[in-house]
Each structure stands twice: as C-alpha cells, then as structure tokens.
Ligand binder design. Structure first.
Ligand code: GUN
Length: 291
C-alpha cells in the first residue's frame, strides 16, 4: 500500500469535540440544549445498531437524544402525527427518520412532513432544492462528511475532475452538487455508464457509492487520485473453517491503495464522519432556531 490513509475515525472525533465545545457554550450563554429526535419504524437489526450509535454519540456531545421506536405495523397517519408533534416541540431541533421505512409507508411523504429547518438529514425537498441552487441548506450527512475529508486533504478542490459512482438521493446526487459547489468538474457514473473503468481513470477524486462489495478495481484508479469509499457491505462468513463476517467497501482496497494517492478505509472512513456531521447539523439547526 502506498496511499495515504484518510482516517475518518480520528477526523470524526475532532468534529465531535468541536460540536461538544459549541454545545457547552450554547448551554452556558443561552440555557439551550440542542435536541435530536430519531424515529425508527420496525426492527431492522442494522438500523437498530445505527440508531443506538447515534443516540450514544448525541448524549456524548452534551445534546438531548429522543428515541421513538415504533412497530413495523405503524400506520402512515400515526407516523405523520408523531412528526407533527416533533415539528412543534421546541426542545427538538433535529428530526431524523431512519430509512428504509417498511414498504407500506410512503418515504417521500414522510420525509417531506418534517419541518425543513429540523431536517438534519437534508432529505426534505426544500433542502434538496436549496442545495441544488447553491443556497444555505441542511446538507445530507454522508456527502458532507466526504466533502470535509476531501477539503482537509486537498485544501482547494477547484478544477479537479471528480467522478461520483452512484446516483442515489442520499449520497450520489448531493455529493455531486457539493463537489460542483467547490468548483470540481463532476461526472455522475452509474450502473448504465458505458466503460466505467475508463471514466473513473480520468478522475482526480473518486467517490464510490454503489453498494457493491469490492466493485471498483485498482486498475481503474488514476495514479495519485483520492478515493473516498462510501460503501459498507457485509461479506458473509465462510461456511466452514475460521473467520467471521466482515465489512468491506465498494472499492477493492488491496489493489486501489497501491495506486491511489489517498484512500478512506472501510470501516473507519466515511462511516464515523456521517454521525459526526449529523451532530454538526443538529447544532446548526439549534443555532438557526435561536437566531
Ligand atoms: N439509512 C441509512 N443511512 C441513513 C441516513 O443517513 N439517514 C437516514 N435517515 N436513514 C439512513
């Protein structure tokens, strides 16, 4: 491996430390404690792990955490009523509805019911529009974390060729908007892109968010490029013999880290930054709500 490792764990800890300092100041100066409400519908084990971890870190930076666990059979009307109540609650500055929702619930309807000022995920259509037009928005946490790591590593991103692989509303599209905002030349590649390796080879910055284990190969990477791996894929344990299941990214780390100039590991790269940015967004929402 010749690439520099971009350590998301260390970076995320420093972001959380800064958030904690601001939270303490806010409490002292104004008697206000930022509050984050997380809504989990159903009992998806992976979502439960994320929600627990979000709650723990929210409390660690001195914020109030409000968890709402609803059964998988919750009706849309009941979920919308809870969101209405959280929108009206002055102690709640950020609201996150954990996705995916059970199939009978309309995700877009639910997300767009959240007060945009409390939409710390940045998924509400108003925030999507604000980001797309370069205005002050709540920015989705995962792409925001990626941008922070890229800015930290490069300084200016101006003029660099960036290829985002994946076109999801949660990562790919907002990531492309953010890179464009930092004056990158941006390509969004996806499952229908022709000659993907050739497209990726032109990139100074590669952001992989496709959800396919070890998909991006080292010989697709331009020597010296920066590789941000958003993927979190669980590889099952071998049926026989030693070894447990393990997490890998969308990038084949072994081959890519021999060619890239810098790369994020999985785990310990983008993942920790996502939660740190969620806390930063909650702090921002709280500060904006108090002028
Ligand atoms: N499920 C997976 N990632 C996310 C996220 O960033 N926000 C929400 N609300 N749900 C998710």
């Amino acid at each position: 491996m010749s690439a520099t490792l971009i350590d998301g764990k260390v970076f995320a800890a420093s972001v959380r430390d800064k958030v904690a300092i601001h939270v303490a100041r806010l409490k002292e100066a104004m008697g206000v404690t930022p509050g984050l409400a997380v809504v989990l519908v159903g009992d998806d084990p992976a979502s439960e792990v994320y929600v627990r971890s979000k709650g723990k870190m929210t409390v660690e930076v001195g914020m109030n955490s409000y968890e709402h666990k609803l059964s998988a059979e919750t009706s849309e009307a009941d979920l919308l009523a809870l969101i209405e109540a959280l929108n009206a609650d002055k102690d709640v500055h950020g609201i996150l509805v954990q996705l995916p929702l059970p199939g009978h619930l309309n995700e877009a309807l639910v997300i767009n019911a959240i007060d945009p000022a409390k939409d710390v995920d940045g998924f509400h259509i108003s925030n999507v529009g604000l980001l797309g037009t370069g205005q002050k928005a709540m920015v989705p946490c995962t792409p925001l974390g990626c941008l922070m790591m890229l800015r930290d590593h490069h300084g200016s991103l101006s003029g660099l060729n960036a290829v985002v692989i994946g076109r999801s509303n949660i990562v790919g599209k907002p990531m492309a908007q953010l890179l464009l905002g930092d004056s990158c030349t941006v390509t969004i590649a996806h499952s229908r892109t022709k000659d993907l390796p050739e497209v990726v080879r032109r990139a100074d910055i590669v952001v992989a968010a496709v959800g396919r284990a070890n998909f991006v190969q080292g010989d697709w990477i331009k020597p010296g490029a920066t590789v941000i791996d958003v993927g979190i894929n669980r590889i099952p344990a071998p049926e026989k013999g030693e070894g447990k299941s393990r997490l890998v990214g969308d990038v084949d780390f072994a081959s890519a880290s021999d060619v890239a100039g810098a790369i994020t590991p999985v785990p310990g790269g983008v993942g920790p930054m996502t939660i740190a940015c969620l806390l930063a967004n909650t702090l921002t929402a709280c500060c904006r709500s108090h002028g």
